[in-house]
Design a protein around this ligand. Structure first.
Ligand SMILES: [Zn+2]
Length: 304
C-alpha cells in the first residue's frame, strides 16, 4: 500500500488493513477513532479520561509517533545526564556512544516470531556474557522491521536490532580500531546464505555537542516512527499477528529514571495489546463489564 518506506502511513491507511475481516475489524475502528472522544469499540460510548483518548495500538501512526518522541527524548535525557562530568578532571573520559546494527535473516512473515525468538535468545546470551556485561554501561535496543519482495517470490520480512550503547573506553577503542564489529559477529546469527545480507555494523555516535544530540534524538525518534513496514494486506496482518507482545524498545542496564516513567512505558501499551487481541475488550471498561481476568490486565489501572 505504501511505497515510500520513510513516510509513515495515515491512521486511515492503517485502519484499512484491519478492515473487512471479522477478526481484525475492531482494530480498524480503534485506530480510526484514536484521539476522538466518541468510541464505537467495544460499544458506543464517550471517553472522559484523557489517557484513554489515544488507541495505544501498536500500528497506529499517531500513537507510534508519540511513543517515538517520548523514547527519543528519554534517550536524550540519559545522554545529557551521563555527559555531565563528575569532576573537571574526568571530563575527557566522557561517555562513549556507539550504534551496533544487528540484522536478522530475511524470512517469510509467518516465520517472524520464530526468528525473533532466536535473535532475542542471542541477545540475551550476549548480554549475560562477561565481556558485554562489563563493557556496555547503558543500551537502548530498537527493533525495526523491513519487508521486501523479490520477483516471483513470496514477501519477506527482515527484523533488525539496533543497539545504541554507552560503552567502556576499551570497547570505544575497539570500535576506533575496527575490532568491535568482529567481536559482535562472533556472538550474532549467520545466515545460511549470506549473499546480499547487510551483516553486522557498528559506528561511533557523536554526542559531544548539543547539535550532535539533537541529531541523535531525531534519528532515534524517526527510527521508531518508521520502524514497521506496510506491505500487502495479508503480509501486514501476518506481521501484526507475529509481533503480538513483542517489545520493540528495550533498555539494558540503565539505572536512570528517564527511561522509567509510565508515559513511555511499553507495559501499558502491551497490556492494551493483550486486551484487544486476546479478549478484544479493552480501554475503560470496568472489570465487571468486561468480564476480564482481573484488574492487573487493565491498562487504566496503571494509567493515572
Ligand atoms: Zn492511536
Amino acid at each position: 500500500m505504501k511505497n515510500n518506506p520513510n513516510q509513515p502511513p495515515t491512521a486511515a491507511e492503517v485502519a484499512a488493513y484491519f478492515q473487512g475481516n471479522e477478526h481484525t475489524d475492531y482494530q480498524a475502528r480503534m485506530v480510526r477513532e484514536c484521539g476522538q472522544r466518541v468510541k464505537t469499540y467495544p460499544f458506543e460510548r464517550v471517553v472522559t479520561n484523557p489517557y484513554l483518548l489515544a488507541c495505544h495500538h501498536r500500528f497506529c501512526p499517531n500513537c507510534q509517533r508519540r511513543r517515538a518522541q517520548n523514547w527519543g527524548s528519554a534517550l536524550r535525557a540519559v545522554i545529557d545526564e551521563e555527559s555531565m562530568p563528575a569532576s573537571k578532571t574526568d571530563s575527557r573520559l566522557g561517555p562513549h556512544w556507539v550504534a551496533i546494527t544487528l540484522p536478522g535473516v530475511p524470512c517469510a512473515a509467518s516465520a517472524l516470531r520464530n526468528q525473533l525468538g532466536t535473535l532475542i535468545e542471542h541477545l540475551s546470551i550476549a548480554s549475560n556474557h562477561p565481556f558485554w556485561r562489563y563493557n556496555i554501561k547503558t543500551a537502548l535496543r530498537l527493533l525495526t522491521l523491513e519487508a521486501d519482495q523479490l520477483e516471483d517470490q513470496k514477501p519477506r520480512v527482515t527484523p533488525t536490532f539496533t543497539c545504541i550503547a554507552n560503552v567502556s573506553r576499551n570497547l570505544f577503542n575497539a570500535q576506533a580500531e575496527g575490532r568491535l564489529a568482529q567481536q559482535v559477529r562472533r556472538d550474532w546469527v549467520q545466515p545460511a546464505n549470506p549473499e546480499n545480507w547487510p551483516g553486522v555494523e557498528s559506528c561511533v555516535i557523536p554526542t559531544a555537542t548539543k547539535r550532535d544530540r539533537d541529531i541523535l534524538q531525531r534519528k532515534v525518534s524517526r527510527m521508531i516512527e518508521t520502524g514497521y513496514p506496510y506491505p500487502d494486506a495479508p503480509t501486514f496482518l501476518n506481521i501484526a499477528e507475529q509481533m503480538r507482545g513483542v517489545k520493540t524498545m528495550v533498555v539494558h542496564r540503565s539505572q536512570r529514571t528517564p527511561f522509567r516513567p509510565s508515559r513511555i512505558s511499553q507495559n501499558d501499551d502491551l497490556r492494551y495489546e493483550r486486551e484487544y487481541s486476546v479478549s478484544r475488550i479493552g480501554e475503560d471498561l470496568q472489570e465487571s463489564l468486561s468480564g476480564n481476568r482481573g484488574l492487573e490486565l487493565l491498562p487504566w489501572h496503571l494509567a493515572k
